[in-house]
Design a protein around this ligand. Structure first.
Ligand SMILES: C[S@@+](CC[C@H](N)C(=O)[O-])C[C@H]1O[C@@H](n2cnc3c(N)ncnc32)[C@H](O)[C@@H]1O
Length: 273
């Protein structure tokens, strides 16, 4: 897929997912996101960039950790995600967070202006994740730290059938390189190539709980990467895709719902200086 097309698919796809994202993923992603937060040294007063912040699921614990003396900027390519995040943070009366519409591959910030850079589950969607990691390195202050969370290997993610199920019905690859960064030491190598040092890498599994078929379907089809393609399905196509997806997650039935395995990788590194 050409980079510009991929960017458009992402931008408008996530616009469409924005009302469903928290419903589909908030509870399921919490353990992995907490691990990411623990990985970075969040102290009071730090200035943090949250790249691909979405609705702010990670921005919120960061804001609490750095306190009112700290400053956080969340950026995302989807204007609807940014709008949603702004509303959530306004309702919570959090004042030290600003959200901006921006592409992770072209950060509109000066060099070396953040203590910490974070990217939670954004990198898999960019045409050039290496460029985004270089940009994260550029805007991090010398002595600062950056960390990224990505999904792990395809075979270790129990929900992965969603991609071929949707791809077959649109005759294209919705997210062709989705699992690449989380396979082998690809992400750690990209951090190294971008100039980070003292790199740490961790691979771990989380069980993603779903109470009902409906919850699992919203998460897979409307809450994420395939949402734009799914939106164009007619009712019959939707029904066929739903049945196939529910069939694919049967091995993870818990009796009352599902416990779908998901593998994640966290990589972090320092900017020397
Ligand atoms: C799975 S969500 C992650 C949201 C949040 N960080 C979290 O952990 O819940 C992926 C986000 O990446 C954003 N995204 C996709 N391509 C992007 C790009 N090129 N630049 C910035 N954000 C992008 C999407 O709009 C979406 O909000």
């Amino acid at each position: 897929m050409k980079p510009d097309l991929q960017r458009r698919v992402q931008r408008y796809g996530w616009d469409y997912s924005s009302p469903y994202y928290q419903k589909g993923w908030e509870r399921q992603l919490r353990p992995a996101q907490q691990k990411l937060i623990e990985e970075i040294d969040l102290q009071l007063g730090k200035k943090v960039l949250d790249i691909s912040c979405g609705t702010g699921l990670v921005t919120y614990p960061i804001a609490k950790a750095v306190g009112v003396e700290g400053e956080i900027i969340g950026i995302d390519l989807s204007e609807k995600m940014i709008e949603k995040a702004r509303n959530i943070f306004n309702d919570r009366e959090i004042k030290n967070v600003e959200f901006r519409h921006m592409d992770a591959e072209e950060l509109d910030f000066e060099d070396a202006c953040f203590d910490i850079g974070v990217n939670s589950l954004g990198l898999m969607y960019y045409p050039n994740p290496d460029k985004a990691i270089q940009e994260m390195h550029r805007v991090t202050k010398p002595g600062g730290r950056a960390a990224a969370l990505v999904w792990g290997r395809r075979k270790a993610c129990g929900w992965a059938a969603i991609f071929p199920i949707v791809d077959r019905r649109v005759e294209s690859d919705v997210c062709p390189l989705f699992f690449q960064l989380g396979t082998g030491d690809t992400l750690a190598q990209e951090f190294k190539d971008a100039g980070f040092v003292d790199i740490e890498s961790e691979r771990f599994e989380v069980l993603l709980p779903y109470e009902t078929d409906e919850e699992a379907l919203i998460s897979a089809f409307q809450g994420g990467a395939v949402a734009l393609a799914y939106r164009k399905f007619d009712e019959q196509t939707k029904e066929g895709a739903h049945a196939e997806y529910i069939e694919s997650i049967q091995p993870f039935s818990s009796g009352t719902g599902y416990e779908i395995p998901g593998e994640f990788v966290i990589v972090s590194g320092n900017k020397s200086g």
